[in-house]
Design a protein around this ligand. Structure first.
Ligand SMILES: [Ca+2]
Length: 224
């Protein structure tokens, strides 16, 4: 009985692996305006938003890597064009050590006519020192929203792609973010006007078979 359960688990994961291995969408933004508002010495709220000012000329792109592909480009300075295009990240900061912490929050990427990609984010803040701060996390509940007049298309200032992705929402993904606030410590005090870069990759969620496989593995571990 136990070996059958193990085989089913392996088979389930193998099927899930082949079905969910491909990244369907990637995104990358640079020169976001980052801010931090402390709540107390150990916690606070971080945000990074697209901007176009003398100090910040955010640029980025969102690419459909799943066939037939396509890239929505948000060229440097796009926030001055008066479209709906935007990029907003909000993350909590809960310090768990001198140079590390946990964070969770949300991500909203908006195309030029108001369609959005939204995600929940959970992950880790880490600093190797010198005011270099990384965030790495998982994205869950990733959705592509065809808001307003349905066009089914995620439109960049230049380029676009079909929002009807393979697999079923909600999707999953990985998210990473970096800023360097030289000498600024690890969320030592409030700040704004901090250059931030952010990237992500989105994949289909494992299917029902994979969940059966994971359940099987967990049952095995419990028995072990
Ligand atoms: Ca659109």
């Amino acid at each position: 009985m136990r070996s059958i359960a193990s085989m089913c688990a392996v088979a389930g994961l193998a099927i899930a692996g082949s079905a969910s291995a491909s990244v369907i969408t990637t995104f990358s933004y640079s020169d976001l305006n980052g801010s931090y508002s402390p709540i107390n010495a150990m916690t606070g709220t971080f945000s990074a938003v697209a901007a176009n000012t003398a100090s910040f000329q955010t640029g980025g792109d969102v690419s459909r890597t799943a066939a037939p592909g396509g890239t929505a480009q948000f060229d440097t300075g796009f926030m001055s064009l008066g479209t709906s295009a935007d990029m907003q990240i909000t993350l909590s900061v809960v310090k768990t050590g001198l140079l590390e912490g946990t964070g969770s929050g949300t991500l909203v990427i908006t195309d030029i006519d108001g369609d959005t990609i939204t995600a929940d984010i959970d992950g880790l803040w880490q600093s190797p020192g010198f005011g270099v701060v990384f965030f790495s996390g998982l994205m869950s509940n990733v959705y592509f929203h065809d808001n307003g007049a349905a066009d089914g298309t995620f439109n960049g200032v230049n380029g676009s792609f079909d929002m009807d992705m393979p697999g079923n929402p909600p999707y999953l993904g990985a998210f990473s973010q970096l800023y360097i606030r030289f000498g600024g410590g690890f969320f030592a005090s409030a700040f704004t006007g901090q250059t931030v870069s952010a990237d992500g990759q989105i994949v289909p969620a494992p299917g029902a078979l994979a969940l059966v496989g994971v359940a099987g593995l967990m049952a095995r571990r419990r028995r072990a």
